[in-house]
Design a protein around this ligand. Structure first.
Ligand code: LMR
Length: 394
């Protein structure tokens, strides 16, 4: 039977992990997959996560199933974290998902169930797995302009012009903060304009928020999501706990469906539970339980927020150091965008040949579109990267 299978394209981000592991050079630098690393190159278990795990180990007396939507306390805690009081709680249906990717996949499935003809507008570029999952599900995608190759900021005029072509029944996929792969984000006034276009066209926003707390702060990074959810009649929000709680392998995420009024919530909630049952039955609980414990315990929460803030500031510091070093070496401001970008990633804005050259000559690994994971740097490797960029003539 399986001889009929066709080889699938390798995921470019994940393929880099293996290529990096196989590289024998001791001074290689991994700026590939989006995993936070501290100055010593480790991806630590956060203090609050460790403490919560300890407590859980002592107190947990059953591993029996939770509900199909996961533990309602997890939904409550995550809705509060992401949405604050932007919308009434009784308009939000939510279910735990296996990671942010699980939430994205389930969101697309819910859209396809409700509106098989829906076109999904995606930023050009977007996280490659968005496109891969949409293609796998047979859903139509429409790219909208997003990145200005010259300024390395948002091509806002292009974005708005393209979004205006959306229709009622279409979906606009937005990155709530810390755009992956570019690092360039609309400002608050620009989000207002996006909302106006959404309201004018009747297209439904779907927000992927995977890096809350990695950009300008926990509340600041949720601002656009809250602005949008409060303004539109309905939206979907896929949120990940992988990065901001550092629990990547626990697969912890949530899908929220916000409706115009409380009467639509029940159907949305039942649909989320149904989709979970069809796909994997009960969502993973361990990471979700840790997140719930942390968010609902004052001391754990304070410690988590403090550590997350340290992580955020360290990435900002690396951005500033890299921009300053490139200013010094190039004698120009053309890399100033690196300090303005937010989140884990920046798109350097060079060709795949140059990316390949950096890998071959210097053992510097970034994604082929020149996306760099800023957290893969440290104070020692920043000058090495800057020199390699200038030597390569970028
Ligand atoms: C990334 O973009 O590197 C991360 O979101 C990890 C992944 O699953 O691709």
């Amino acid at each position: 039977m399986f001889e009929t299978l066709k080889a699938q394209p390798a995921d470019k981000i994940l393929a880099l992990i293996q290529a990096f592991r196989d590289d024998p050079r001791a001074d290689k630098i991994d700026l590939g997959v989006g995993v936070y690393k501290d100055a010593s190159g480790l991806t630590p278990v956060m203090r609050a996560v460790k403490a919560a795990e300890h407590r859980l180990w002592e107190a947990q007396d059953t591993k029996a199933y939770t509900g199909l939507a996961g533990d309602p306390a997890f939904s409550d805690a995550m809705i509060a974290l992401v949405l604050g009081d932007a919308v009434p709680r009784d308009t939000v249906a939510a279910a735990a998902m296996p990671g942010g990717t699980g939430a994205v996949r389930q969101a697309f499935e819910m859209i396809r169930m409700a509106a098989p003809q829906a076109r999904v507008f995606v930023s050009d570029p977007t996280w490659p797995n968005h496109l891969s999952i949409l293609k796998y599900l047979g859903m139509e995608t429409v790219p909208y302009r997003y990145f200005d190759e010259e300024t390395r900021g948002v091509d806002f005029d292009g974005m708005i012009a393209d979004l205006k072509t959306a229709r009622k029944g279409d979906v606009v996929l937005l990155h709530g903060c810390c755009h992956n792969p570019t690092g360039a984000n609309p400002n608050s006034g620009e989000w207002d304009t996006v909302i106006k276009v959404l309201l004018d066209t009747g297209a439904m926003p779907m927000i992927d928020i995977a890096y809350q707390g990695f950009g300008d702060g926990l509340q600041e990074d949720a601002a656009a999501t809250r602005q949008i959810a409060a303004a539109v009649p309905e939206c979907l929000i896929a949120a990940s706990c992988s990065k901001n709680f550092g629990i990547y392998r626990e697969r912890t995420g949530i899908l929220m469906a916000v409706s115009a009024d409380a009467s639509a919530r029940g159907l949305n909630q039942d649909t989320l539970a149904f989709l979970n049952r069809q796909n994997f039955s009960f969502p993973p609980d361990h990471g979700a339980r840790l997140v719930t414990m942390i968010l609902t315990d004052d001391a754990l929460r304070a410690d988590w927020q403090a550590e997350l803030e340290d992580v955020r500031l360290s990435m900002l510091g690396l951005r500033e150091q890299l921009a300053a070093e490139l200013r010094r070496l190039s004698g120009s401001d053309r890399f100033a965008f690196l300090a303005q970008h937010r989140g884990m990633f920046s798109r350097l804005g060079t060709t795949s040949d140059m990316v390949e050259k950096l890998r071959a000559d210097h053992g510097i690994y970034m994604v082929g579109d020149s996306r760099m994971n800023i957290a893969g740097l440290n104070a020692t490797t920043v000058p090495i990267l800057a020199k390699a960029i200038i030597d390569a003539g970028i």
